[in-house]
Design a protein around this ligand. Sequence first.
Ligand code: ZN
Length: 72
Amino acid sequence: MPWCDNCDAYRAPTALAPDRTCTVCSNEVDTSDLQGTSQAKAPWHFWLMVAALVLYLGWRLIEGVIWVADRF
Ligand SMILES: [Zn+2]
């Protein structure tokens, strides 16, 4: 967790200056424990969800086209 020792406060990773220093006191904030999480890729079940959603919406689209075609 990015913690500023100078301010004795938590600093959100997005609230830090580009050079990873505190925007309030310019103290260097320890962000070493963020390296793994900030660039983590989406988990495999997220992509499974996306695939299922695409399949479902694709099927509903085909159903909708069939429904419209039936009416004309
Ligand atoms: Zn600070």
